[in-house]
Design a binder for this molecule. Structure first.
Ligand SMILES: Nc1ncnc2c1ncn2[C@@H]1O[C@H](COP(=O)(O)OP(=O)(O)OP(=O)(O)O)[C@@H](O)[C@H]1O
Ligand SMILES: [Mg+2]
Length: 257
């Protein structure tokens, strides 16, 4: 049985504004699926539907064969900004989703270490850097051991170095827990570095335009030639690479014979 199955789901808004339509997708346990697409094609809307936060969709979303009807304990979500509670310390933010005081402290410490924040347990969000705050939000969503982790541009607000460190952190966590992940990103290199499969959405409302598999074994090299080739391919799918722009320019400027 598939860990995650989307059957022909669509979401449009009451004001007629576009979301996405006819999206079907399946993910096995431990698969990392990337979702790429230009701004406004419905990526965040899609993740909200998967998370159970938005139930105004048509089609079916199933986790382990069961339809999801509300926010689901097996699904964790990480947003672009950390969304921490300013009145709680790093450790308390990480422990927030756990019930039962007894094990709470110990587990929160374990996850604080996992994301590399040992020594910063007592810091409040205002005293953390952007990268540290995002580490807290990663730990907070992992501590409940979700089977599926949804990530909406989790590293896009970070500098290039912190971003690479956190991508590697995510991979090490994935190796340890075999979490199934759906990663929305604008960053093609990030998608190629992290994902097994990449779904490209296009249009408004967004529809699946292409799906490609990244076969390079992990750990991958960021400078890998095959990944660079796939990047070119993705750029052309998104109509963003130089050659396709030149084609377009030539076509629109060549007088009809
Ligand atoms: N609550 C809402 N009510 C009405 N329209 C909405 C709502 N949420 C999103 N939309 C519309 O749905 C479309 C897709 O929005 P969404 O936020 O999913 O895009 P996105 O692909 O995540 O974009 P970005 O890459 O900029 O984050 C947009 O046209 C947006 O205006
Ligand atoms: Mg978005």
């Amino acid at each position: 049985m598939k860990m995650l199955a989307l059957e022909n789901i669509s979401r449009t808004f009451a004001n007629g504004s576009a979301g996405f339509k006819n999206v079907s997708l399946e993910a096995e346990k431990g698969e990392v699926i990337g979702v790429l697409g230009t701004s406004g094609c419905g990526k965040s809307t899609l993740l909200r539907v998967l998370s159970g936060l938005d139930q105004e969709y048509t089609g079916h979303v199933k986790v382990n064969g069961n339809a999801i009807k509300s926010v689901h304990k097996d699904i964790g979500i990480i947003f672009q900004e950390p969304r921490l509670m300013p009145w709680l310390t790093a450790l308390e933010n990480i422990a927030f989703g756990l019930k039962g005081a007894a094990k709470k402290q110990k587990q929160a410490e374990e996850f604080t270490n996992l994301v590399g924040l040992a020594g910063f347990e007592g810091h409040y969000p205002k005293d953390l850097s952007g990268g540290m705050a995002q580490r807290v939000s990663i730990a907070r969503s992992l501590i409940t051991k979700p089977e599926i982790l949804l990530l909406d541009e989790p590293f896009s607000a970070l500098d290039a170095f912190t971003k690479m460190q956190l991508q590697d952190l995510l991979l090490s966590i994935w190796k340890q827990y075999q979490t199934t992940m759906v990663l929305v990103t604008h960053d093609i290199d990030e998608a190629l570095y992290l994902c097994d499969r990449i779904i490209i959405l296009r249009g408004q409302p967004g529809e699946v335009y292409k799906e490609l598999t990244v076969q390079q074994p992990r750990p991958r090299s960021r400078g890998d030639a095959e990944l660079a080739r796939q990047k070119e391919e993705i750029l052309s799918f998104l109509n963003l690479n130089k050659t396709s722009q030149e084609d377009h320019y030539e076509k629109s400027n060549t007088p009809a014979k």
